[in-house]
Ligand binder design. Structure first.
Ligand SMILES: Cc1ncc(C[n+]2csc(CCOP(=O)(O)OP(=O)(O)O)c2C)c(N)n1
Length: 643
């Protein structure tokens, strides 16, 4: 196995000369193999410092080289599903010199972006879109009379997404020229799940299939008189015999020509296969077997851990970011609370859409295997599945990142809220998530959940309140969502006893007469700190932990009338979030003459960068809250300005 950082100076030069895919075309196979090692080293080196999706990218180095060697991008369109595995593609397509800026603020994105390069033919980040996009591009190509190739590269995990099947179904029907590369490493982030997964991972050269094939051959040969003839016919149609034993049948039924499975680290084989495939008409699926984490031992051994990782030490594979005294993350506290509540409430059921680790549910899955399910990358199904459980008296908790729950908007409306079912939504990574950027920011959930009848939406100010909110949700009789941020809690001790939070009630944390700060979730503690700072300047500020965006506490209006000045702070788009809800309340209650300022995320997609930097940039950090609060305090009495 190759380890990172073993380049000699002479071999290093090959990568240094790759400025576009054209530079690959003249290379010999042996050079391409050296190049693969150099690309791996660069990926390992960079991700060890910047963090990123290591294991998925290491698994597709040869695949990326072979695709760019055979096809003619950017004329030919290569679409990377999810796009978390596109680092080698980025390095090959002119971004080698910028690669050290990967995922850094103003640096290159961790995902394909059309704005970043003409080689990134489709923006991805959420799973399962590549075949649909590919079919769209193929259809446009036909109408425009162009002849370029369209290639969708999709992992076996992403193939569990419903969208992928919708697209396969239509592609087969239209019989358009589309090449789908199924990158099968038997992993999603965790081990891949589902009937399809076990079906496609049936490998023709697995011992049981080899022996099954042998037995069939022996059986036919042993039939006296006709056996040899039957065997000869079978031999001729070996393809169809193999088709019976491999995943080919499934894709052939969908009118795809199935090729594979082929070994995905054999550059020679990949290149030969892609050259053949490039000549074929109609939909083709090439089944490529790869090893996630290939070429870096720690990642091969633990691909789940190295799927997406922060900075780490290359020699040991140990992460270098976390210090021992850090408070636990919201995810950890959620996971721990689920395990505790699972013991008290036997109807509690946990659902993840391919993110058992990311959502903190691995321990729950271990302790209560009968009350846990990983549905695969199928957020829509997860929600309706939960609705089904709820109709039978269960208490399902659907734990999905804020950004991915967007997928299930209609299921939340139609299957959960309309029949008013007690489904609990746990939205991790709400607000600004940081380095993953535009496709992953969780800045819309308050808006998209708040508008749905019967829905209750809450956000804890700290990790301790998260526990109480989960407890509260469990006793609640309708749809209810808890949104909490990415990262560590604030370091508050965790109560042993659970308590119910009265639905729709705010919590007044400080009482003052100059200004009312209405804050939600992750913005409550920075607002408290701001109030303390302003107190030193002679102002008295009320800080209210809103806790609920829906229903809103009508007492907010009284509180606002008392100070006359209101600052609303949230980590959600200003369109339709907490601030909008409060303005609606004020308007409905006929509250005139208030001075109101809203802090929140503007109407745009937020780029990648450190959470703290982005919070500062978009004016929801502590310093910006202080500045706005001071301005408001001074509004009527500029003479009082002391800053
Ligand atoms: C809609 C959606 N849900 C969840 C995710 C989180 N996610 C990112 S990669 C991934 C696993 C993808 O597995 P696969 O396609 O097999 O690629 P691999 O990482 O194994 O190469 C998941 C679940 C996502 N990107 N999009």
């Amino acid at each position: 196995m190759e380890q990172g950082n073993k380049n000699t100076r002479s071999t290093r030069r090959i990568l240094d000369h790759i400025n576009s895919p054209a530079d690959l075309k003249g290379l010999e196979l042996a050079d391409l193999e050296i190049l693969a090692r150099q690309i791996r080293d660069l990926i390992i080196e960079t991700v060890s410092q910047n963090g990123g999706h290591l294991a998925p990218c290491l698994g597709v180095v040869e695949l990326s080289i072979a695709l760019h060697y055979v096809f003619d991008a950017p004329r030919d369109k290569i679409i990377w599903d999810v796009g978390h595995q596109a680092y080698a593609h980025k390095i090959i397509t002119g971004r080698r010199d910028k690669f050290h800026t990967l995922r850094k603020y103003k640096g290159i994105s961790g995902f394909p972006r059309r704005e970043e390069s003409p080689y990134d033919s489709f923006n991805t980040g959420h799973s399962g879109t590549s075949i649909s996009a590919g079919l769209g591009i193929t259809t446009a190509r036909s109408i425009k009379g162009n002849r370029h190739k369209v290639i969708a590269v999709i992992g076996d995990g992403s193939m569990t997404a419903g969208m992928a099947f919708e697209a396969l179904n239509q592609t087969g029907h239209t019989e358009r020229d589309l090449i789908v590369i199924l990158n099968d490493n038997e992993m999603s982030i965790a081990k891949n799940v589902g009937a399809l997964s076990s079906y496609i991972s049936r490998k023709i050269y697995e011992p049981r299939f080899v022996s099954l094939k042998k037995n069939l051959e022996n059986f036919f040969r042993s039939i006296p008189g006709v056996g040899e003839n039957i065997f000869a016919v079978l031999k001729k149609s070996e393809d169809s015999l193999i088709g019976l034993l491999t995943p080919g049948m499934l894709f052939e039924a969908l009118k795809f020509r199935y090729i594979g499975p082929i070994k995905g680290h054999d550059l020679n084989l990949l290149i030969k296969t892609f050259k053949d495939v490039a000549q074929l008409k109609g939909p083709v699926l090439v089944h490529v077997l790869t090893t996630k984490g290939k070429g870096y031992e720690p990642a091969e051994k633990n691909p789940t851990y190295f799927h997406g990782i922060g900075s780490f030490d290359i020699a040991t594979g140990l992460t270098t970011q976390k210090s021992a005294n850090e408070p636990p993350s919201y995810t950890e506290v959620f996971g721990r609370t689920m395990v505790e509540l699972g013991a008290k409430e036997k109807r509690l059921f946990a659902i993840t859409a391919a993110m058992p680790e990311g959502t903190g549910l691995t321990e729950f899955a271990r302790v209560y295997p009968d009350r846990f399910i990983d549905v695969g990358i199928a957020e829509q199904h997860a929600v309706t599945f939960a609705a089904g459980l709820a109709t039978e008296g269960f208490k399902p908790v659907v734990a999905i990142y804020s950004t991915f729950l967007q997928r299930a908007f209609d299921q939340i409306i139609h299957d959960v809220c309309l029949p008013d079912l007690p489904v609990i939504f746990a939205l991790d990574r709400s607000g600004i998530v940081g380095d993953d950027g535009r496709t992953h920011q969780g800045t819309f959930d308050l808006s998209y959940l708040r508008i749905i009848p019967n829905m209750t939406v809450m956000a804890p100010k700290d990790e301790n309140e998260l526990r109480h909110m989960l407890f509260t949700a469990l006793a609640f009789h309708g749809p209810i969502a808890i949104r909490y941020p990415r990262g560590n809690g604030v370091g508050i001790p965790l109560d042993k006893e659970y308590k119910k939070i009265p639905i729709g009630e705010v919590e007044e944390l400080t009482h003052g007469k100059d200004l009312l700060i209405l804050a939600l979730g992750s913005r409550v503690h920075p607002s408290l700190e701001a109030a303390t700072e302003l107190e030193k300047e002679g102002y008295s500020v009320s800080v209210v932990n809103c806790r609920f965006v829906k229903p809103l506490d009508p007492r907010i209006s009284e509180m606002a009338a008392n100070t006359g000045r209101v600052l609303i702070v949230e980590e959600n788009t200003l369109h339709g979030g907490l601030g909008s809800a409060i303005l609606e309340l004020f308007s409905d209650q006929g509250l005139p003459n208030l001075i109101i300022k809203r802090l929140g995320i503007p109407d745009k997609f937020i780029e990648h960068g450190p959470q703290s930097l982005l919070r500062e940039k978009y004016r929801v950090g502590r310093k910006e809250i202080v500045a706005e609060a001071r301005k408001l305090c001074n509004y009527h009495d500029p003479g009082k300005e002391k800053a």
